[in-house]
Design a protein around this ligand. Structure first.
Ligand SMILES: Cc1ncc(COP(=O)(O)O)c(C=O)c1O
Length: 347
């Protein structure tokens, strides 16, 4: 890359990207005349119906402003304050939500499970649940899985079903943090139902922001009983948008002709391209299997510093360390090649 050229797109996060054209057009279309507030509008009804169509089941759908709220409020709806939630030690609900899941559930404890490549395995659940069964231990109630994971890997339907069997045997519900659910579906090439309700997921936090929407995640309750009074929980938590059509309309734009999967597949492909440039280099260690839109790599310190000096932004503190190189719906082949060329010149 020409070191003096401005870098327009980075590899720090998929939320660095702007709004994709389909979401933008849907926003503009919704921006006409007046519409009923607080979700009783046609955009919100249609977006929820489309989500039901995509998942091929009758589920309850709510739109909230962000992923932290989606996770926290849905987990709160699954748990009493004396319960516990099992999640991977690198899970966003544990590391990046400032205690919001515990806060909104009035004290439900998050218990950490380890496992390779950012994934929980059934044995980890067994260990954590059977470690203690006395009254002094916060009663395990839910397993929270992130799909795609914080380390850029993806649970297969078979892995999810194995977790479900274990969870069911202990009476645990399953929550899925799907901030990058679209990337997981695109990566697996499966139907959305295969990695959600057909694999035992009770609640999915379906991420829109990282997929190209300006703001907003959908909370999808496959276990509809858990959705009871969730609208009140959203309102109390400051998550009921008065101009709801501007949260829901972009979902229509994304879902109606498959833009959500096209954008996710593109981001995944850009990460694959980046990985293929980095993997052959002896001084670069790829840390986890690249299965979605992130590449995690260990780079020599002077290379990291050199890339930062050239203006590239990426994180070095996510998950278990290493550099997280995240691609978005708008990452171009040229962006990848420019970054790789700069990196190679510093090795
Ligand atoms: C795995 C995961 N879950 C949830 C979120 C949602 O977070 P936010 O509250 O910033 O929308 C993120 C965003 O970084 C994430 O990476």
């Amino acid at each position: 890359m020409n070191a003096t050229a401005p870098i327009r797109r980075h590899f720090a996060s998929d939320n660095y990207a702007g709004i994709c054209p389909e979401a933008w057009a849907a926003l503009a279309e919704a921006n006409q005349g007046h519409a009923v507030g607080y979700g009783d509008d046609e955009w919100t009804q249609k977006a929820a119906d489309l989500i039901r169509e995509i998942f091929e089941t009758h589920c309850e759908v709510f739109f909230v402003f962000n992923g932290t709220a989606a996770n926290s409020l849905s987990l709160a709806s699954m748990c009493q304050s004396y319960h516990s939630i099992l999640c991977h030690e690198t899970a966003h609900v544990e590391t990046d939500e400032c205690g919001a899941p515990e806060f909104f559930s009035h004290g439900t404890k998050v218990l950490l499970v380890s496992g390779p490549n950012g994934k929980i395995d059934p044995a980890g659940i067994e260990r954590m649940v059977t470690r203690r069964t006395d009254i002094h231990y916060p009663k395990p109630r839910a397993v929270s899985l992130t799909q795609a994971t914080e380390l850029g890997t993806v649970y297969t339907p078979a892995e999810l079903k194995a977790i479900w069997a274990k969870a069911k045997s202990h009476g645990l519900k399953i929550h899925m943090d799907g901030a990058r659910f679209a990337n997981a579906v695109a990566s697996l090439g499966c139907a959305p139902k295969e990695i959600t309700w057909q694999a035992g997921v009770d609640v999915l936090c379906f991420g829109g922001t990282k997929n190209g929407i300006h703001v907003g995640d959908a909370v999808v309750f496959f276990d509809r009983e858990l959705a009871r009074e969730f609208d009140y929980r959203c309102k109390q938590g400051g998550q009921l948008a008065s101009k709801m059509r501007f949260i829901s309309a972009p979902w229509l734009g994304m879902l109606k002709d498959g833009a959500w999967l096209r954008h996710a597949a593109h981001a995944n492909a850009m990460a694959a391209r980046l990985e293929s440039r980095l993997r052959p280099r002896a001084q670069v260690k790829i840390l986890f299997p690249r299965q979605a839109n992130a590449v995690f790599a260990e780079l020599p310190r002077p290379v990291i510093d050199g890339l930062h000096e050239r203006g590239w932004r990426f994180y070095t503190f996510i998950g278990q360390g290493g550099c997280r190189l995240m691609c978005a719906w708008d990452t171009t082949e040229e962006d990848v090649d420019n970054f790789a060329r700069d990196l190679e010149s510093l090795l």
